[in-house]
Design a protein around this ligand. Sequence first.
Ligand SMILES: NC(=O)c1ccc[n+]([C@@H]2O[C@H](COP(=O)([O-])OP(=O)(O)OC[C@H]3O[C@@H](n4cnc5c(N)ncnc54)[C@H](O)[C@@H]3O)[C@@H](O)[C@H]2O)c1
Length: 309
Amino acid sequence: MEILITGGCGFIGTNLVDRMLQQPEIDRVRTLDNYVTGLRRAVQSSRVQEIEGDLRNYDDVLRASDGVDAIVHLGALPSVPRSIKDPFSTNAVNINGTLNVLEAARANNVGHVSVASSSSVYGANPTLPKVESLATLPLSPYAVTKLATEAYTNAYSTTYGLATVAFRFFNIFGPLQRADHVYAAVIPKFLAALKEDAPLTIFGDGDQSRDFTSIHAVTDALTKSALRTVTNGTPVNLAFGGRTSLNTVVDLLQEMHPKKISVEYVERRAGDVTHSQASSTLLESLLPDVERPEFVEALREVYDWYMGQ
Ligand SMILES: NC(=O)c1ccc[n+]([C@@H]2O[C@H](COP(=O)([O-])OP(=O)(O)OC[C@H]3O[C@@H](n4cnc5c(N)ncnc54)[C@H](O)[C@@H]3O)[C@@H](O)[C@H]2O)c1
């Protein structure tokens, strides 16, 4: 079996390549990436083929997906602040790129496509936990592109019979997540600051909460979905219903870190949602055996990884 991972040289993609290579049924993995945030030769193995190409270019996507059995579509510009600054680029990569992937999958008779959407689609809807049937109220251009991504994915299933599933990722964290760019996520940014003995920056009062999800749960779910051709006509949350505030993350890190941590509270950012917590009922019905690491253990793993870098 051969699998194409778009954005396969990014944070989730690199971890997913590693996870997929553990599966004897998967002979080869291809990645398609333009390295805008991903790194070249992210995984070095004779079973991995890195293809340089742009999701906005249909021919690149068509060539990369020729002959594969399944696609995991992760490639995107994945940042709310970036999308607010430059909505055109986010729109072009995330929406047109997704359409190119689905159309290429159809043209190449690919057997299964899973796609990365985001909890940001719930946006201004305050109801917790986030059940997939809730109204979506995106607060940022990024969230709009993810809503379009999942809508296209489901439409390709109903219109063309493509086997698809769109997962709504929550806040994923783990080893290999980059902290060295302005749009980095909160846990790697905290860890990078700790390493430099700098204060941690929190936008707002730190009471905002997230359903932080270990990368291992995500790569396990994506691998099992591809192997089992898991499909669903509506998007599926990929998180487990935990809810941890940023202040609690700091407290937990303080228990691991030998020096006193200082925190700088600055103004809240536009487009950020206040609380996020998944309902995992649908996920558990589709993938009852998905890996489910404890938050504190996963935080300890990523803390040790960053400190060892
Ligand atoms: N990390 C999270 O917490 C999270 C949460 C919700 C959704 N997601 C989604 O998961 C997916 C992967 O996110 P990630 O955290 O690994 O981000 P990432 O930035 O590390 O990975 C994205 C990859 O896509 C590549 N890419 C960007 N534009 C491209 C283009 N035009 N052509 C080809 N490749 C391109 C980048 O170079 C990078 O390797 C994204 O779709 C993102 O929206 C992530």
